[in-house]
Each structure stands twice: as structure tokens, then as C-alpha cells.
Design a protein around this ligand. Structure first.
Ligand SMILES: [Zn+2]
Length: 167
């Protein structure tokens, strides 16, 4: 039985309301892993501040309807609600309508993702399968598998097989 991972809600981190929200049709068949490519936040308050700024960047500069990702995870393993379950994201062009986007907070070109973050994302994926938000046969990608980007960074990309064992 999958353990439910504790998720810091939008209300808790002070998210602005989305401009609009599109429901995913059926369950997500893909999971796309990203990094935020900014310096890792060190504690809850710093992470909350960073989330507000990421959301602002996505909504203002990129003209997204909301923060792009469905979930984000900090280095200590804390998971933050982005768009959440069952909502179409804006994170991997051409793949947003059948996927779930999860961003590791930090820059993983050189940094290695923490055990805590990996473990939280595994639990989150197991929970998603249990709750039928995710196809039990979902395929996990790094963003670079689906588009021309260095995202999610070499070190996180190298760690993806650990997440594929989540099923
Ligand atoms: Zn990405």
C-alpha cells in the first residue's frame, strides 16, 4: 500500500490563483521530470519564497495560466503542490495533455539529487497510481527526452532509473 507523501498545499505556500485550469482527460500516461535550474532552497520559508517567484515568472514572463509543474520537490524531500493531480500542466510542449510534470528544486547540471527528494517523488508516484491519477504503466521521461533542453540536468537525468523502479 502506497504511503501518502505529505504535500505542502498551494494555500500553504501562498500561490496566486490560476488564470484557468484544464482537467486532464483520463489518467496521466507519462511522468516528465524537470529541474527548476535555480539555486536550491534551504528551508521551508526560502522554498515558499522561491515557489512564489517561480509562479510569478511562469505567469508573467511565460504567460502560463499558473505555475507550469504539477508538483515540485525540495532537497529535504518536501513536496509542494503546483497545479496538482489531474490538471494539465505547462512544462513539456506537446506532452502536457497526457503527462504529469514534476520539478526537482535546484540545478542538477552538477548537483546530485538527494535521497530524500528521490524517495518523496517515488512515494508521490505510487500514491498517484493508487488514486488512479497515473497509469500503472506510466512511462517516466526526463524533459530532455521530449524536447531540446538540458533539463533536468545531467545528474538528475542520471538518477532517473531510480524513479523508474517506483512502480
Ligand atoms: Zn524541464
Amino acid at each position: 500500500m502506497a504511503q501518502q507523501v505529505n504535500v505542502v498545499s498551494r494555500e500553504q505556500w501562498g500561490a496566486a490563483p490560476p488564470r484557468k485550469k484544464e482537467t486532464l482527460k483520463g489518467f496521466a500516461k507519462k511522468v516528465v521530470i524537470h529541474h527548476t535550474a535555480v539555486q536550491a532552497c534551504k528551508d521551508l520559508n526560502e522554498c515558499k519564497t522561491q515557489l512564489v517567484s517561480i509562479q510569478r515568472g511562469h505567469m508573467t514572463d511565460k504567460k502560463f495560466d499558473d505555475i507550469g509543474y504539477n508538483f515540485l520537490v525540495a532537497g529535504d524531500g518536501t513536496v509542494f503542490e503546483g497545479r496538482g493531480w489531474g490538471v494539465v500542466g505547462a512544462h513539456a510542449k506537446g506532452n502536457n495533455h497526457d503527462s504529469l510534470g514534476i520539478a526537482f528544486m535546484g540545478n542538477f547540471n552538477n548537483d546530485t539529487p538527494s535521497k530524500e527528494a528521490i524517495s518523496s517523488v517515488k512515494q508521490l508516484l505510487q500514491f498517484g497510481v493508487c488514486q488512479s491519477f497515473l497509469d500503472p504503466e506510466f512511462v517516466l521521461f526526463g524533459h530532455r527526452d521530449l524536447g531540446s533542453t538540458e533539463c533536468p540536468g545531467d545528474q538528475l537525468y542520471a538518477a532517473l532509473p531510480q524513479l523508474r523502479n517506483a512502480k
